[in-house]
Design a protein around this ligand. Structure first.
Ligand SMILES: N[C@@H](CCC(=O)N[C@@H](CS)C(=O)NCC(=O)O)C(=O)O
Length: 204
């Protein structure tokens, strides 16, 4: 059996997407959660100085979306053809755009700029983007793409609580129940539930 390790911080977020997908497939893995204080010593050992990193039999794989796409293809959770793979990628990059924009504002150190940039997103970006995401999920039977479970759903679920923080929208569940429903549906998959029940509890 291959020796599989998932390296990430002691949070869910990008690391969780990979942990959930491996759990769903019943693949045993070592869940290596690196404390933030130990990170400076380990950073240089990672391909791009970031995590998550997946290691299989000593080979390190970096970049969360590339890892998820790779695992998706390996485990039958990707499209049947180029067109279907495109739809997954398109919706994944759209979801990623949403939280990346929110993240830039969330991490802004200047409080005045942060408030102004947040107001701009709330006025000119989130109404369109979140409605679109809601429409995508509804059109896809509660999934992010292809109307069925794909690797994209593991990204959605693993990141969802972190997305709420980055968007500074603790009430996102109420505004868009389809988002929480999708995240919950992944966590309700029996092997994902078994993994999550045992995993350390973290805010996101
Ligand atoms: N594009 C990368 C982003 C990875 C990333 O930003 N990782 C952060 C944690 S979420 C990190 O490793 N930060 C520590 C650092 O950059 O030193 C991916 O999707 O894997």
């Amino acid at each position: 059996m291959p020796r599989t390790i998932v390296y990430y911080f002691p949070e869910r977020a990008l690391g969780e997407c990979i942990r959930l997908l491996l759990a769903y497939r019943g693949e045993e893995f070592i869940d290596r959660r690196i404390p933030h204080e130990d990170w400076p010593e380990i950073k240089h050992k990672m391909p791009f100085g970031e995590m998550p990193v997946l290691e299989i039999d000593g080979k390190k794989y970096a970049q969360s979306l590339a890892i998820l796409r790779y695992l998706g293809r390996k485990h039958g959770l990707s499209g049947q053809d180029l067109e279907e793979d495109f739809e997954i990628d398109q919706n994944v990059y759209f979801y990623t755009d949403v939280w990346t924009r929110g993240g830039y504002v969330y991490h802004e150190a200047n409080e005045e700029a942060k408030a102004a940039n947040m107001a701009e997103l709330v006025k000119n970006y989130y109404p369109f983007a979140l409605k679109k995401l809601d429409e995508i999920i509804k059109k896809n039977n509660g999934h992010l793409a292809l109307g069925k479970l794909t690797w994209a759903d593991f990204l959605f679920a693993g990141m969802y609580d972190c997305v709420k923080v980055k968007l500074q929208m603790p009430d996102l569940d109420k505004k868009y129940p389809s988002f929480k429903k999708l995240a919950d549906s992944v966590y309700a998959l029996p092997r994902c539930k078994a993994y999550a029940d045992k995993a350390p509890k973290t805010d996101y």
